[in-house]
Design a protein around this ligand. Sequence first.
Ligand code: CU
Length: 101
Amino acid sequence: MKSLRRIAIFLALSFGGIALSSAAFADLVKVSVNGMVCGFCAQGITKKLENTGLLEKINVDLEKKIVSFSTLPGKQFDDSSVTKLITEAGYTVVKIEREKP
Ligand SMILES: [Cu+2]
């Protein structure tokens, strides 16, 4: 009985740890971008974001002028990297919002 409980505690701790660590590192990022006007702009930015290999669920909303994406679990893509990439692509970053899922 004692060892069963120990196993249960071990399992709870390790699963809890996995859930915590992936939640701690995945960010949902929403970037307001000026200068995107057509599908080619959207495609270009999407490609560049894809090429970082750090992101998933990349989406460009031309109407709202928002580029959104999630960082892959354990990967980070900080605000200055976001700004650098989008600026180099020829667009202007207005605002960056992050939320932890
Ligand atoms: Cu365009």
